[in-house]
Every structure is written in structure tokens, then in C-alpha cells.
Design a protein around this ligand. Structure first.
Ligand code: ZN
Length: 316
């Protein structure tokens, strides 16, 4: 049937919920975006509304939902919520309600996994059967493709590389509650924290450049990026320190998975010096030919990937 590859993709995040109709990786409808409601019931109603308003015109067969938090091994429900979604979110029966009310088979996947799958199908990872997609944002999200399939672990909660532990001393707590996770240091939030700590260690009378008129605790990522443009020594040092923290995670992942490529996406990825890190990867890993790329599918990657996964699961 002609519409066998047409699905509605939905991406549920802490600030907004986006939905669109996707066919073979292409968004073919307008993208509907709503602010994420602050109670769980309204989230479900928002999604039902979005599907209703898209389904008559485009006749999709399936629904793919990308969500923050963990998802069970059958891609049927959210099992663990994240702090930025309201209480009771992980009790919502998206699949059951959508299938019963609207008659559309529904798949649920973690948002980082879904975005990685889109990158593998139509982005920088196209043609790479083994690839790792790392989203450097306020946290670090990751999705891993092994032999053309998403790696999900025994319960669906795997591939959380942001929580690789990178230090033995108790230096910094992660949002997950554990100590010294990679994302606590190498995410955008980590970037700003590193810089504040470094600045606080410099005696007041030795603070120059971007540190001169600023309390170290008020330093932002923006200040550092602006400082780099002016060759500010502190900004350059803070930036290089952060980039090396990103690099050590990439080296570990490359050594474990021996992938064709590692792809970086998210707001912080644009600050990466790809050429430099590519050389470091070649030097520091025991595996070879791991190519580092920026992502191509930034916008709507989550909903596109979820739609792809729904079509592949249900169209057989
Ligand atoms: Zn953690």
C-alpha cells in the first residue's frame, strides 16, 4: 500500500511538543509545535489533538513518539521520567490510548535514540552500519547504532553514554545523582561550571580580560565564546579544557564500539574543532578509521527518527 511508509512523528520535550507527518524521512506536512503542558493529562490531550489535526489529510498508518526519559524494551511505554516533565508522565499510556482511540499503531522511543536513528538513516551516518550520535546540549544525549540497529540494552534503557564515569575522586554530581558523569563536565552546563571553577582559582588581582569586571560565578558560555574571538587567554583555556573533556569520552566510545563514525549534534557541537579532534581520535584510539562529523538532521531529528522506527516495526 502506498501510505505504508507514512507516519506521524512526535517529539515530546520539556519545553515543547512537535508533531509532523513523515514519509521516507521527509517531513511532508507542516510541523505543529505546542508548549509542553505542565500536567501529564494535558500532554496526552495535546498529542491526541496534534494527531487528529494531521491524520485526515495525510492518512498516516503509524505514530512514532520520541520522548525524554527511558522507554521499555518493547517500545510501548515510558518507564522513567526526567525532571523536566510533570509528575505522572511515566504513567501515561500513549500507545494504548492512541491505538484504541485513533486506530494508529504506535511506537515509543527515547528521544536521543530516535534522533540518532534519523542521523543514521538520512544524516551524516547514512551508510554507516555502526555509528554513535552524541548530542551536546544542556546535558549529553547519545544513541548508538550497532550493525544497523539501535543498541538498547536488556531493558531499553541502554546507550546512556552521558553517564560514563570519568573521574575517581568525587568532583561533581551529575543530574542523575551519581558522581563524575561525562555530561556533568562535557555538556553545555558542564562547560560553564568548569569555567567558573577555573576562574575562582585565579586570585582577584590576577584576573584579566573577560574575568576583569566579572564575578566568576556569573561567567556564561556566551562570555567565553566571545572571549575566544578576542583571543582572551582565559576563554581559550576554558574552551580547550572543555573540548578535551569531550574528546576523552569520544576516545572511550570509539574504543568500545569501533564505529564507522561519531556524529556530534546539539547546541554545543558547533563549537567543536572537528579537524583537531579527528586527529586526536586517530592518535589516541586503538581502533582505526573512526570519522567525526557534525550532524545534518538537527531540526526534527527526534520526530523523523521515531517515524522511521514506527514504519520499520509495523510495516514488516
Ligand atoms: Zn549521570
Amino acid at each position: 500500500m502506498k501510505n505504508d511508509n507514512v507516519a506521524i512523528g512526535i517529539d515530546i520535550g520539556g519545553t515543547k511538543i512537535s508533531a509532523a507527518v513523515v514519509s521516507n524521512g521527509q517531513v511532508i506536512s507542516e510541523v505543529l509545535t505546542y508548549k509542553t503542558p505542565d500536567n501529564s493529562k494535558d500532554i496526552l490531550n495535546t498529542i491526541l489533538e496534534e494527531i487528529e489535526s494531521l491524520k485526515d489529510q495525510y492518512k498516516p498508518k503509524y505514530v512514532g513518539i520520541a520522548t525524554a526519559g527511558t522507554v521499555d524494551i518493547d517500545n510501548s511505554k515510558v518507564t522513567g521520567s526526567t525532571g523536566n516533565l510533570p509528575e505522572g508522565y511515566n504513567k501515561l499510556e500513549f500507545k494504548k490510548v492512541i491505538e484504541e482511540k485513533l486506530g494508529l499503531k504506535t511506537l515509543i522511543e527515547n528521544d536521543a535514540n530516535a534522533a540518532a536513528y534519523a542521523e543514521f538513516k538520512i544524516g551524516s551516518g547514512r551508510g554507516h552500519n555502526n555509528t554513535i550520535v552524541i548530542t551536546l546540549g544542556t546535558g549529553i544525549g547519545t544513541g548508538i547504532i550497532v550493525d544497523g540497529k539501535l543498541f538498547r540494552g536488556k531493558s531499553g534503557a541502554g546507550a546512556e553514554c552521558g553517564h560514563l564515569v570519568i573521574n575517581i575522586e568525587k568532583k561533581r554530581r551529575c543530574t542523575c545523582g551519581a558522581w563524575n558523569c561525562w555530561e556533568a563536565f562535557a555538556s553545555g552546563t558542564g562547560f560553564a561550571k568548569n569555567a567558573k571553577e577555573m576562574a575562582n582559582e585565579i586570585p582577584i588581582n590576577e584576573r584579566t580580560g573577560i574575568l576583569k569586571d566579572k564575578n566568576p560565578d556569573e561567567i556564561t558560555t556566551y562570555d567565553i565564546i566571545e572571549g575566544i574571538k578576542k583571543d582572551d587567554p582565559f576563554a581559550v583555556k576554558a574552551y580547550e579544557y572543555w573540548q578535551n573533556l569531550v574528546l576523552i569520552g569520544l576516545i572511550s566510545l570509539a574504543n568500545v564500539f569501533d564505529p564507522d563514525s561519531i556524529i556530534l549534534s546539539g547546541g554545543m557541537a558547533k563549537f567543536i574543532n572537528y579537524e583537531k579532534l579527528q586527529k586526536e581520535l586517530e592518535k589516541e584510539t586503538v581502533v582505526s578509521n573512526v570519522k567525526l562529523f557534525p550532524a545534518k538532521t538537527e531540526n526534527y531529528a527526534g520526530l523523523i527518527g521515531a517515524a522511521f522506527l514506527a514504519v520499520e516495526k509495523f510495516s514488516g
